[in-house]
Design a protein. Structure first.
Length: 580
């Protein structure tokens, strides 16, 4: 006789209950009814008759993941235990010590410490290896597990044991706090008349941070402004609307949404008195700028309020809402598409129309439509926000990306910080020739793996030559080529010296001056900022760009290769950073 366990049927009951709730919102058509009937029956038979014990939660979660994978990538099932990550995405806040950690050989490593955080005040530094947390060893633990151990309710005690280069083990004891990651990590004057604000995300109250930065910059006599949205992945839609409101009049349409359900068809207009509708404005974007970033850039472009500079943006024109599920779980689901003032939707990928094998495609040129801005300039939908003035990112060399991805730059900066108690200001710091030579010596002393593209192609050529019996007769030529390629790989350090030195300097500056110092250093090295200053300094040119007689933005639909350090390095090595 088969013995059935009632508890194993509980998840099925929960799924069935959820289905009843779902079906109450929508008329039951035959296809839906049939599919749900098959799903419930399938789960029941599997749960009862499978030869081994079935974990119902694991099976159901796998089914949920499979459902979501058939849709766009922005839908997410959030079980109760992961609610904190959703809160962090929307508020920028969590309970912890205030640091980023990354994977190490045996122990997680402090990658970055937030200024003013408990970790910073206690003396924790980037490069410290986390050996114990509250007397529990972290050896072999994943970054996620270590991060969860470091997080906790504010005012709870945390005891941290670390190994630091050049010292014995160190112990720190302090209380956790509510950590707030600012949406504006840096702002300042780039010259006597131009202010700069870096907005890294759209979390709750980010508009207030931007407004406070604007007030300070105006006090410093800012007559023009650069709003930097590069690498900003987006966030809360209503915060994007409020930021646009800082620069345009009240009751101006910023964005509207359309979904399958009427409640998601909404218009979002500016609701407050603006901060400054006259200050000349440049908005910086790149290919990673997405969602709320594109609403801000696109609305300001459609309203002819700002000049957009940089690269074509990501192209995410989908809006997600969070829906409650039983047992405190939540579903983040795409509920609408958004449209900016000209009427265009900037969604670049059509997830609804997949090939039979599941592949997705960018919206084809034939379906791209033309729209006009407030002043009559031509703009287009279907492919992100095209800047008024294009300025592509620098393509870092394969060597530089490899040094970054393998943490060679990070580890060298750790040792440099130990040997040098202080350095010049972020704007003035520069690596000497002797220090660069010591970096090359350091690379020689560690296990750095690098293969140039030429070397990789030579390997393929040798493989093909052996397969076709050409190699033996020409082995001397291959040996000579290998020697020449090896010499050239070493010479690449000199060829890309300026590029590598800049990356080293950036890493070193962050050890002394943290996030603000790193931002200030990069600002002084950024060619795009110089171009923005030129634009803001030419009042007639600015007016011409925003007039109906100006040349329409160049519109291209080809996929660009990876440009930024972070993008390219990530393609070579999956580096995981986790807030703790």
């Amino acid at each position: 006789m088969v013995s059935f366990k009632r508890k194993r049927l509980l998840p099925l009951a929960l799924v069935a209950a959820s289905a009843i709730i779902f079906l109450s919102f929508k008329a039951i058509d035959f296809k839906t009814s049939k599919s749900l009937d098959i799903f419930f029956s399938f789960f029941r038979e599997l749960n009862i008759f499978y030869v081994d014990e079935v974990d119902p939660e694991k099976v159901i979660y796998a089914g949920i993941d499979a459902m979501l994978n058939s849709l766009d990538p922005y839908n997410e099932f959030i079980p109760e235990e992961n609610k904190e990550s959703l809160d962090f995405q929307t508020t920028g806040e969590y309970g912890g010590m205030g640091a980023l950690i990354r994977h190490g050989a045996e122990h997680a490593i402090i990658a970055e410490v937030y200024e003013g955080s408990p970790a910073h005040k206690a003396g924790v530094m980037a490069g410290d290896k986390i050996i114990k947390i509250n007397e529990k060893s972290t050896k072999g633990l994943s970054v996620d597990k270590v991060s969860n151990m470091l997080k906790g309710a504010p005012n709870t005690e945390l005891k941290l044991t670390v190994n630091r280069f050049g010292t014995d083990s160190l112990e720190f004891t302090f209380n956790r706090e509510k950590i707030h990651i600012p949406s504006v990590p840096y702002y300042g004057m780039v010259n006597d008349e131009v202010g700069y604000i870096r907005l890294s995300n759209f979390t709750a109250n980010c508009e207030k941070e931007v407004k406070e930065a604007l007030k300070d910059l105006k006090k410093s006599n800012a007559k023009g402004l650069v709003l930097d949205l590069r690498s900003n992945p987006g966030g809360l839609l209503y915060e994007a609307v409020k930021i646009v409101n800082l620069f345009v009049e009240k009751d101006q349409l910023v964005v509207y949404t359309k979904g399958q359900i009427k409640e998601f068809d909404q218009e979002y207009k500016t609701a407050s008195k603006p901060f400054d509708t006259k200050i000349p404005l440049v908005v910086l974007v790149d290919r990673i700028s997405a969602s709320a970033s594109e609403i801000v850039a696109g609305a300001l472009q459609d309203l002819d309020r700002a000049v957009i500079v940089g690269e074509r943006t990501f192209g995410k024109g989908l809006v997600q809402s969070t829906r409650p599920l039983p047992h405190n779980a939540q579903l983040k689901i795409t509920t609408a598409k958004y449209y900016i003032p000209s009427g265009r939707c900037i969604q670049a990928v059509d997830y609804a129309k997949r090939d039979e094998d599941g592949r997705i495609h960018y919206i084809p040129d034939s379906l791209i439509r033309e729209f006009t801005t407030k002043n009559g300039r031509k703009v287009y939908d279907g492919g992100g926000i095209t800047p008024d003035i294009e300025h592509n990112l620098t393509f870092y060399s394969r060597l530089s990306a490899s040094l970054y991805a393998q943490n060679i730059l990070f580890d060298f900066a750790t040792q440099y910080r130990h040997r040098n108690p202080k350095i010049d200001s972020p704007a003035q710091f520069k690596l000497t020739d002797e220090e660069f030579s010591s970096f090359i010596a350091y690379v020689d002393s560690v296990n750095f793996e690098y293969e140039s593209q030429t070397s990789a192609l030579l390997k393929e050529l040798k493989k093909a030559a052996k397969a076709e019996n050409y190699y033996d007769a020409n082995s001397n030529y291959f040996d000579s080529l290998e020697v020449a390629v090896d010499k050239n790989e070493y010479a690449e350090f000199e060829l890309y010296k300026d590029e590598i030195a800049k990356l080293i300097e950036e890493e070193i500056v962050s050890r002394y001056y943290l996030q603000k110092g790193k931002a200030e250093y990069n600002l002084n090295k950024d060619e795009v900022i110089d171009r923005c200053i030129e634009i803001l300094g030419d009042e007639n040119g600015l007016t011409q760009i925003l007039s109906s007689n100006s040349k329409s933005p160049t519109y291209t639909f080809t996929n660009s290769s990876l440009n930024s350090k972070a993008e390219y390095a990530a393609s070579l090595s999956a580096k995981t950073l986790s807030p703790s």
